[in-house]
Ligand binder design. Structure first.
Ligand SMILES: CC(C)(COP(=O)(O)OP(=O)(O)OC[C@H]1O[C@@H](n2cnc3c(N)ncnc32)[C@H](O)[C@@H]1OP(=O)(O)O)[C@@H](O)C(=O)NCCC(=O)NCCS
Length: 514
């Protein structure tokens, strides 16, 4: 019964005394509330305004009934379930909040990553990203994210050993990857293969066992680079290269990607370090689309490989981890610094977006973009300057002087420069989201572990505002009028069937469409 559920939840999340409903007769009317300049409510009562501010509650008046409700404020939030007591009558379900893209909804309590989007601050477990990028390694940062503290020398040694000894994959995985089409997008291969891991490690279902969670953590962090490299080698028709545990985490990844006939691959230290920095910067970013997918899918309690496949799928989209791929395509399309003003005009008219600009949380320069810009200089000293960098710098210069971007607080994000480095390192654009997914795995698994052990979490299940029809009568098929919802006419339908498929390699092949 909904009413019962509501009472139980409000006891658990919102203390009943503070959340109690006060009718006009039971209690004095709440003091008038005025809005401050920033839109937040400020107490403005005649006497005791300060005492009222200290009460950490908000008073909500339902103008339909005249009733007032006092809701507790905890950590700058009100519990959405507290709104359910706001009702017009006993058969009313109660008020809900509507927030289709979670723009103003905290879905969890988390101690992993802190972002102050207005000031451009990013911290992992309290450590500024700038310090970690300068001094740490990816594996040490992964330990910090997962376990909450920087490791001691002994802990780091053990952690590194545990991960290195998990880099191999079952031989059948090679066959599995071989089954993908020659021009399959490597991100699709990564998503499919990490999902398939759930069949290789059925013990991963024991998600309530801390030892099992730790084992799956090593496996996930260790095996992502292996399957990413295998996917890349498959798309190039090259033999797979097995992990080399003498090398660092990023050195081994470069070896699995680039090793040819030499007996041992020796990574170039500048590039190995650049990859470390990029991996550290991408390791976590609190409740982004893919972390939310990890938690949301994980909340129904499947094994973590299945949840990671969902997170990787969320990352694949061009508005998230696919953005760096889109940035490169955009820069190539612009092709020349001189054409930048023309494209800026288009973006302002809504004809496409300036990819790599703007962020849901950062309303300032993304701190990661600043670090990546510096890393780019170090890489280009070695590889030679990527000519796309000049176009990117010109885009940034013009956009940051343009009122459209300034007024909307659109600044370069992490994806704006990362693709330019990846390209200089020799990666094809299709690999860019994969290069994001490898390090983000540490963040996903840290978020997942936090969610699994959080007593406040339950299966993620939002509500909806139903806008469809009700109580319709089923009609036999012969009697149905032509449906307005049947949007493709015969001609359009044929065109869809026969349209060439734009594969990653640029080849068009309609024969593969069944
Ligand atoms: C990241 C992103 C999805 C955040 O989206 P969001 O928080 O939902 O912001 P919105 O889409 O509501 O954008 C707010 C306004 O800025 C504009 N805007 C946002 N990003 C823009 C961009 N990259 N280029 C041009 N205009 C942009 C929107 O058109 C909108 O304008 P309006 O108020 O006139 O309608 C968005 O900025 C974007 O698409 N960026 C490009 C993709 C990208 O780089 N993604 C990687 C993120 S790490």
């Amino acid at each position: 019964m909904p009413a019962k559920t509501s009472r139980r939840k409000s006891r658990r999340i919102a203390p009943p005394a503070a959340a109690a409903v006060r009718s006009k007769r039971q209690a004095p009317r709440p003091r008038p509330v005025a809005a401050s300049r920033n839109g937040h409510a400020t107490a403005a009562g005649r006497n005791g305004g300060q005492a009222r501010a200290q009460r950490q509650t908000v008073t909500l008046t339902d103008n339909r009934t005249g009733k007032s409700y006092e809701l507790p404020i905890r950590d700058g939030t009100i519990d959405a379930i507290g709104l359910r007591q706001v009702k017009t009558g006993s058969d009313d379900f109660g008020l809900m909040s509507y927030d289709p893209a979670f723009t103003n909804t905290a879905s969890c309590r988390s101690a992993i990553t802190y972002i102050d989007g207005d000031r451009g601050i990013l911290e992992y477990r309290g450590y500024p990203i700038e310090q970690l990028a300068e001094k740490s390694t990816y594996l040490e940062t992964a330990y910090l994210l997962v376990h909450g503290e920087l490791p001691t020398p002994r802990e780091l040694e053990q952690w590194t050993h545990d991960i290195k000894y998990s880099t191999m994959v079952h031989e059948n995985i090679k066959k599995f990857i071989d089954g993908f089409n020659y021009d399959a997008h490597p991100m699709g291969m990564l998503i499919g293969t990490v999902g398939a891991f759930s069949t290789y490690y059925p013990d991963a279902r024991h998600i309530d066992d801390p030892a099992s969670r730790e084992l799956q953590t090593w496996r996930l962090i260790a095996k992502m680079p292996t399957i990413a490299a295998f996917a890349y080698r498959h798309s190039r028709g090259l033999p797979f290269v097995y992990p080399d545990n003498d090398l660092s985490f990023t050195g081994n990844f470069l070896s699995m990607l680039w090793k040819m006939s030499e007996a041992k691959y020796t990574p170039e230290p500048v590039l190995e370090r650049a990859m470390q920095v990029l991996f550290i910067l991408h390791a976590d970013h609190e409740q982004n689309c893919s972390a939310n997918a990890m938690r949301s899918v994980g909340s129904s309690r499947p094994d973590p490989y299945s949840a990671t496949a969902a997170a990787a799928a969320a990352l694949y989209g061009p508005l998230h981890g696919g953005a760096n791929e889109e940035v490169l395509r955009m820069l190539e399309l612009i092709g020349d610094k001189k054409r930048v003003p023309e494209f800026i005009k288009k973006f302002k008219k809504g004809e496409g977006r300036l990819m790599g600009f703007g962020h849901r949380v950062y309303k300032n320069y993304d701190p990661r973009a600043k670090i990546i810009k510096r890393t780019a200089d170090e890489v280009f000293d070695l590889t030679g300057r990527n000519p796309l960098l000049d176009i990117a710098l010109e885009l940034e210069r013009i956009a940051l002087e343009d009122d459209y971007f300034v007024s909307r607080k659109l600044y370069p994000n992490v994806d704006f420069y990362s693709g330019i480095i990846y390209q200089a390192l020799g990666f094809p654009v299709e690999m860019f989201p994969v290069l994001f997914a490898i390090p983000r795995t540490a963040g996903w698994i840290a978020q997942w572990r936090e969610m699994i052990t959080d007593p406040e979490q339950k299966i993620a299940r939002p509500r909806q505002i139903y806008t469809g029809a009700r109580g319709r009568k089923y009609q036999a098929i012969a009697k149905r009028p032509k449906s307005a919802a049947n949007h493709l006419d015969d001609h359009q339908h044929r065109a869809v069937r026969l349209a060439p498929m734009p594969f990653a390699s640029g080849a068009a092949d309609s024969s593969a469409r069944f």
